[in-house]
Design a protein around this ligand. Structure first.
Ligand code: DLL
Length: 447
């Protein structure tokens, strides 16, 4: 039986929380327009930066008459949030603010997002609808191994699980041995964590003699917070027999539960009564037609703490056309397998880590743990991929190892069109992560 059939009882009635997912389009668009107008008015009145930018363009809230008029509005980007640190974009009175969340990034100040109780409800609603779409129900036991705290993963998954009625086990990240013990002993049926942390749990489980199919009741993995490929999904499902669902979100727009995939796995449904998606050309910032790939932009439609107009996510996706077989009318975005700022330019060629992941996972004996090292020798960029391979590969003779290296190199080169140096690594030798993994080490001097 495929993990799919195993995890989804297709005869299960639609969860009541999902009603809005099936709303007729005209009604959805009327609701979106109504909410958009209110959000633009709120931002204009309460957020000085937005007001200034709208004034510069000669745009006033009453100019928003149709959904297309969203194109009149200015964009927001992460450095606006940094520049306005800590609370310049907050639209609520402190008496209404219920919680702060932050997203750190790698450098500089964090960005701070205020959430009112209304925002927490909006966020919880999106996340619950995602969980219901994944097939989670009240009988499920949900282990939340996303970090709890300023990061939205832990609390987001927690509220969604409780909302659906699951028994929630809030382990947060870390202490892998205890995670595995509790997973087994409490009959956990669903886990929410980054795909890279789940890979680590699998490894540690195997080391301790655990077989996920035999020793656990795990059926669902709710994975997101970092790009991961279909090849990685297949690997995870093969190794454990679970159904690996894709959940997308970001702190600036709420947290996990902005979008997620249904049982047909043809893109991620966006909870677009809350979060309005657009795709724009990252250079010209012109909106792109449905089906074309570009930068994903979101406008929050009913958040009141830090409402966001046209927030440029830097994530690359496209709006998918056509109706989904699941019957949901809410639109879909293609799964986010790359961020524009993760793009590497190697000897003039654009390369995404996800392309390398797809190439290497297509080769047998390869394990889903790798690291990409970029360097510059003289004037020339070099690209090295270090990848763990199954222990038995090291029992092979030198010739077979060389041939494995060549096959991995060729499989990657086939996708990215440039040649890579491949280094085979022993199992468990590359770094692991409890949260978002850092796969790329770029040693080139900063320009
Ligand atoms: O990562 C929220 C989240 C938590 C989503 C748990 C899903 C699960 P941030 O830390 O603000 O928020 O990072 C947001 O992570 O812009 C994407 O680049 C990336 N990302 C999130 N989900 C996915 C996904 C959380 N399913 C940034 N696929 C986003 C690919 C994802 N990338």
């Amino acid at each position: 039986m495929s993990p799919y059939e195993f995890a989804h009882d297709l005869d299960t009635p639609v969860h009541p929380i999902s009603a809005l997912d099936y709303m007729p389009r005209e009604q959805m668009e009327a609701l979106q327009l109504h909410r958009l107008k209110a959000t633009v008015k709120l931002c204009y009145e309460r957020v000085p930066l937005t007001r200034r930018r709208m004034d510069e363009r000669g745009v006033r809230p009453e100019h928003i008459k149709t959904l297309k008029d969203i194109a009149l509005l200015p964009f927001m980007i992460k450095h606006d949030l940094r520049d306005e640190y800590p609370l310049g974009l907050n639209a609520a009175d402190m008496s209404e603010v219920a919680r702060f969340h932050c997203s750190s990034g790698t450098t500089g100040k964090p960005i701070v997002i205020t959430n009112t109780l209304n925002d927490i409800e909006v966020w919880r609603n999106g996340a619950m609808r995602a969980f219901a779409m994944f097939g989670l129900r009240a009988h499920d036991v949900l282990q939340v191994s996303y970090g709890y705290g300023l990061f939205t993963g832990g609390l987001g998954a927690h509220y969604a699980g409780e909302g659906i009625g699951c028994a929630v086990l809030p382990t947060s990240g870390g202490n892998t041995e205890r995670q595995l013990m509790l997973m087994r002993d409490l009959g956990v049926t669903a886990i929410a964590c980054t795909p890279s942390y789940f890979l680590h749990l699998i490894d540690e489980g195997i080391k301790a003699g655990m077989d996920f199919r035999r020793d656990t009741r795990l059926k669902h993995g709710i994975f997101g917070a970092e790009p991961w490929t279909n090849a990685m999904r297949e690997k995870i499902e093969d190794l454990t027999g679970i159904c690996a669902h894709d959940i997308y979100g970001l702190t600036e727009i709420s947290g996990p539960g902005v979008a997620g995939d249904c049982q047909y796995r043809c893109g991620l449904h966006v909870f677009e009564d809350h979060f309005y998606p657009e795709i724009v050309d990252p250079e010209t910032l012109e909106p792109l037609p449905d089906g074309e790939e570009g930068e994903l932009v979101f406008t929050t439609l009913d958040r009141t703490g830090t409402p966001m107009l046209r927030y440029r996510t830097r994530d690359i996706s496209r709006i998918m056309t056509g109706v989904c077989k699941c019957g949901r009318t809410i639109r879909r975005i293609a799964r986010v397998s790359a961020r524009s700022d993760d793009m590497l330019i190697i000897r003039g060629v654009n390369v995404f880590p996800s392309q390398i992941e797809t190439g290497l996972l297509a080769v047998d004996k390869v394990l889903p743990h790798y690291q990409i090292v970029v360097d510059r020798k003289g004037d020339l960029d070099s690209l090295e991929v270090k990848v763990e391979v199954m222990p038995e590969a090291f029992g092979d003779d030198i010739k077979s190892l060389e041939s494995l290296k060549r096959r991995i190199g060729a499989s990657i080169q086939h996708i990215i069109n440039i040649n890579v140096a491949v280094t085979l690594a022993e199992p468990n030798s590359l770094p692991r992560s409890e949260g978002k993994i850092k796969r790329v080490i770029d040693n080139r001097p900063k320009e």
